[in-house]
Design a protein around this ligand. Structure first.
Ligand code: PMP
Length: 516
């Protein structure tokens, strides 16, 4: 048998090359709290302040001792990990806790059912599929009702109890044929999903079509249904677009002895998806006014609202759900990231019981979802968040306010370089002014290609041992999503590093920036 040699650079070699080019190709060997460690040339550990926080998946930091102890105990006890299609009481407890927390924060009188998945994008796809199943079942019920009405009208005509309207169709069947043709056309229209400009809902086949970034989305438009993107700055657009995407079926009924055709709303829009604070779009909080418009218009049209709390949820903004802080209630919630405590891959999609379809459970599953490792970890995460009357949420608020204050301080010192600080709690972003007219070629080219943020990240890592990244779709904004155990010292270090990067930009000093 031929031996297989270990070929270097086979996994995403292009990406690795890019990371190398901006100085981000560091291999971390240990992690603890808000710190990642790599080994320097002398073999000594070099600590790095992790302000990106596992892209928001580490509300308690790296390797929190209580979570590690839970994980270790599971393995030591030989807990069954992959036992799909069996009773999983931990999953039930997680679901009950999630539902209870959502009800407490939103005041909802209804419970929420939970479907587990493995990643954020996968849970979004589950929500999309559930919403489409719900829509299809609604359509089926409507079509069956229309068929009953047509049969009743036919019987009435045949019994001489109803007549066709004067000047209309020759006979009843001609009317039925025309109505059926029109209804078939409407019924064949594919569903529409509404979401927001700047949105990010994942990169899988379905979810990437709901992600606004054209580079991620457009090569794959043929693979999934269309989304319509609603502008964020105009609440009035919500109602307008819903009106444009409305459709109706024709219903043949008898009114006062006359056969009449009435219009029945057809559910064309399957769901409205949104993030309460856009993460990859540049840490952009939704306004209460916009959220109110979405809820009002979706209620009027019977459209479910899917709130993507993958990045903003799990307590990061000072509440379990960032949407609860702007009074927005969802028919669905999607959670991931910190749900797995930084150790397990898990996500959950919650559906309000009034909209939940049991049928979904028979058509959606994964070998790994809801497994015996991730669910006890998720349970522990939720218990830790809820402990001591929700101390963790208070910490997220307090530490977040302290961090925001420090970032504002940087902006105040460099108003010509730093445009804005945005976000809530420990989901914060700092946006730089556009540098595409910079006198430095490196800065200018970076800004024009949208990659300057990564060059700045490379500088921060190399010179200040601080790890952060630009948001995926808004390259001028650096993200900060550290754990609730962020210390004053760490905040100070971060602010100092950002002052240094701001001064490099102010001076257009490409030598310092690239270490050349
Ligand atoms: N939705 C939002 C709001 C996100 O921030 C992300 C990840 N950044 C996703 C969906 C996709 O999650 P995952 O990377 O786990 O697939």
């Amino acid at each position: 048998m031929n031996s297989v040699s270990a070929e270097p650079g086979i996994s995403e070699p292009y990406l690795l090359g890019f990371l190398t080019s901006v100085g981000l190709d560091v291999e971390y060997t240990r992690a603890e709290g808000n710190t990642l460690f790599f080994r320097g040339d002398d073999g000594e550990e070099v600590p790095v302040l992790d302000a990106a926080g596992g892209y928001g998946s580490l509300i308690f930091g790296h390797n929190h001792p209580e979570l590690v102890a839970r994980a270790r105990r599971l393995l030591d006890e030989g807990a069954p990990v992959n036992a799909q299609f069996s009773r999983n009481s931990c999953a039930q407890e997680v679901a009950a806790l999630l539902s209870g927390i959502v009800r407490r924060e939103t005041g909802s009188s209804e419970a929420y059912a939970a479907i587990f998945a493995n990643s954020g994008a996968e849970a979004i796809e589950a929500a999309v599929k559930h919403a489409e199943l719900d829509r299809v079942l609604q359509v089926q019920a409507l079509v069956a009702e229309l068929a009953e009405h047509t049969a009743a009208a036919r019987a009435a005509v045949e019994a001489g109890e109803a007549v066709l309207p004067a000047g209309g169709h020759e006979d009843f069947e001609a009317l039925v044929e025309e109505v059926s043709r029109a209804n078939a056309e409407v019924g064949a229209r594919p569903p529409v999903f509404l979401t927001l400009e700047g949105s990010f809902h994942g990169k899988l086949v379905g979810s990437v079509q709901l992600t606004h970034n054209a580079a991620y989305r457009t090569p794959f438009t043929a693979l999934a249904n269309r989304a319509r993107f609603v502008p964020l700055d105009r609440p009035g657009a919500v109602g307008e677009i819903i009106a444009e995407e409305s459709a109706a079926l024709r219903d043949i009924v008898v009114r006062d002895g006359v056969v009449t055709v009435v219009e029945r709303p057809f559910p064309l829009v399957a769901a409205f998806l949104l993030e309460p604070i856009q993460g990859e779009g540049g840490i952009v909080p939704l306004t209460r006014e916009f959220a109110t418009a979405v809820r009002r218009e979706c209620d009027a049209a019977g459209i479910p609202v899917v709130i993507d709390e993958i990045q903003s949820g799990m307590g990061r903004t000072g509440a379990f759900l960032a949407s609860s802080l702007i009074g927005l209630r969802g028919d669905y919630y999607v959670l991931a990231k910190s749900l797995g405590g930084g150790l397990a891959k898990t996500s959950a999609m919650l559906v309000r019981s009034g909209r939940y379809r049991n049928e979904f459970e028979l058509v959606h599953s994964s070998t790994f979802a809801k497994d015996g490792f991730s669910t006890p970890i998720a349970l522990k995460v939720l218990e830790m968040l809820e402990a001591d009357g929700g101390r963790a949420y208070g910490l997220a608020r307090e530490r977040g306010a302290r961090l925001a204050e420090a970032l504002e301080g940087v902006r105040a010192d460099f108003p010509d370089v730093v445009k804005e600080v945005r976000g809530k709690g420990l989901m914060l972003g700092l946006e730089f002014h556009d540098q595409s007219e910079s006198s430095s070629e490196v800065v200018r080219d970076g800004a024009r290609s949208g990659l300057l943020g990564y060059t700045l990240s490379g500088y921060l890592l190399r010179e200040h041992r601080v790890r952060t990244f630009p948001t995926a779709s808004a390259g001028n904004t650096l993200r900060f999503a550290p754990s609730i155990h962020l210390t004053d010292g760490e905040i100070e270090r971060l602010a100092d590093a950002l002052r240094a990067v701001a001064s490099v930009l102010r001076d257009q000093d490409e030598k310092r920036l690239t270490g050349g």
